[in-house]
Write a protein that binds this ligand. Structure first.
Ligand code: MN
Ligand code: MN
Length: 466
């Protein structure tokens, strides 16, 4: 008898493949790290090995487009690897990092976005557990970031973020020039859309009445401050005839600005984050050391805004859920030194808990379909950010898969996480759904909580926009 040679390296058998448009019972055949076929009943003899995914969802690996993952330093040589590995444990197989001040990028490259990108590429080479890409940060301190956009695009850095606030934030003249230049250069401009003047006034007002704790942080930057910054960013983009992407949208009034521009035919995209979909402003009245951990920008909002954000992602007013991961620690960056809120480090970790929170609160909670969630976490991020090899369980794409058990239940606890932070904002949150296995380019890198991957398996993903 002649036994035909196995055509595939691996078949993931018997699961429910989830795509943005529909779910289907199908096997997934993989060869050379790519998905070859997605269809029911692939013969056992066709593959050298198989994984039984009966009862599991087969999701595309998550593409987290918003992280401030820190690069290795002499003092903390493992932190970049560790957070990329943590991402994998959570079901993320591709992440984009920024190179802004605070992520470990050196002061020597503060004047040039291209020099910063080269340094980031050099210092992360061979270090990642999963595939990674870079989004540039475009700042007020750089000499001429407008002229640098084509060179960034040549490096595969197809997106860049402008802050309208903070000392490295750009003014509207620079924002407008960057937006105009972005079209020909092939970069998507991302904007942190809070209004600088309103924020400065809000901070002054809170300090003047002695509200200098974490609650003052929230009160100093209300939804109106975000809506105003969002409106200004959109106006600049419309005038420049450029697309624009609003990061970390937290409230209905900012979402309304995006929705209005879209109805008028403008290419305005929006992202929200798991914390705006699951937490609320009551955190700021907790004891100070706890409340400081919730100092993020924009701040957590009231519970009606949280419900509004679910409607926004469900109905397509917003496009993407990403983490805004900042690996701050209670014991370091968030240490309670009695400092006023403007001096509290901004940000919170989330790189490992994105799928758990979004699925548990969103899908299991009846707020969004699993197909829509796949679109928000994988398919649209890959499409908008120029990563066509990722984002869907389809022939021709990389075999980045999450085998997810929707019937299992877990409680999120810091002691079980692998990220570099020493706390999670989701401590004690009980969620339906557990990651069983994670595949990166056809290789199992995490299985039932055990790490099977390698440092350096992750590759740099050069990106080109559609
Ligand atoms: Mn931001
Ligand atoms: Mn951010």
């Amino acid at each position: 008898m002649i036994v035909p040679a196995a055509r595939f390296d691996l078949v993931v058998r018997g699961g429910t493949v989830v795509r943005a448009d529909r779910s289907l019972a199908a096997d997934v055949a993989i060869a050379d790290g790519r998905i070859v076929t997605v269809e029911p009943g692939i013969p056992v003899a066709a593959a050298r090995s198989s994984i039984d995914a009966t009862g599991l969802l087969v999701l595309p690996g998550i593409v987290d487009v918003h992280t401030h993952t820190r690069i290795a330093s002499d003092e903390e040589p493992d932190r970049f690897f560790q957070d990329t590995r943590a991402a994998a444990f959570g079901g993320t197989t591709t992440l984009l990092a920024f190179d802004n001040p605070g992520t470990g990028i050196s002061d020597e490259v503060a004047g040039s976005a291209v020099a910063a990108a080269h340094e980031w590429l050099d210092r992360t080479r061979g270090d990642a557990a999963i595939d990674v890409g870079l989004s540039a940060v475009l700042t007020a301190q750089q000499d001429d970031p407008v002229a640098e956009l084509p060179a960034l695009a040549d490096l595969g850095v197809a997106s860049g973020k402008c802050f309208l606030v903070y000392d490295f934030g750009v003014d509207e003249a620079r924002l407008s020039a960057l937006l105009r230049a972005s079209v020909d250069a092939g970069l998507l401009i991302e904007v942190h859309g809070e209004d600088r003047e309103m924020l400065d006034a809000g901070i002054e007002a809170q300090l003047a009445v002695g509200q200098d704790g974490p609650l003052g942080h929230a009160l100093s930057r209300p939804p109106a401050c975000e809506a105003s910054g969002t409106r200004r960013a959109i106006a600049a983009a419309v005038a420049a005839r450029a697309p624009v992407y609003l990061v970390h949208v937290s409230c209905g009034s900012a979402t309304d600005e995006i929705a209005r521009a879209r109805r008028a035919g403008h290419r305005v995209y929006g992202e929200t984050c798991p914390h705006y979909l699951s937490l609320d402003e009551s955190r700021y009245t907790l004891p100070r050391a706890e409340a400081m951990c919730a100092v993020i920008s924009p701040p957590l909002r009231d519970s009606s805004e949280r419900d509004r954000m679910w409607r926004a992602v469900r109905d397509g007013e917003l496009d993407i859920i990403a983490t805004d991961h900042v690996p701050d620690r209670r014991s370091r960056e968030k240490q309670d030194l009695g400092q006023a809120f403007p001096d509290v480090s901004n940000g919170a970790p989330g790189v490992e808990t994105l799928l758990a929170v979004a699925y548990g609160v969103g899908v299991a909670g009846g707020r969004v379909s699993v197909e829509r969630l796949v679109d928000l976490l994988s398919t649209t991020p890959a499409r908008l950010f120029g990563i066509p090899a990722k984002g869907a369980v389809e022939p021709g794409r990389d075999a980045d898969l999450v085998l997810f058990d929707p019937a299992a239940r877990r409680t999120i606890r810091q002691v079980d996480l692998h990220h570099t932070s020493d706390f999670t904002p989701y401590e004690g949150l009980e969620v339906d759904g557990v990651v069983r296995q994670v595949l990166s380019r056809g290789r199992v890198i995490a299985k039932d909580g055990a790490w099977l991957g390698d440092r350096g398996h992750g590759r740099y993903v050069p990106r080109v926009l559609d």
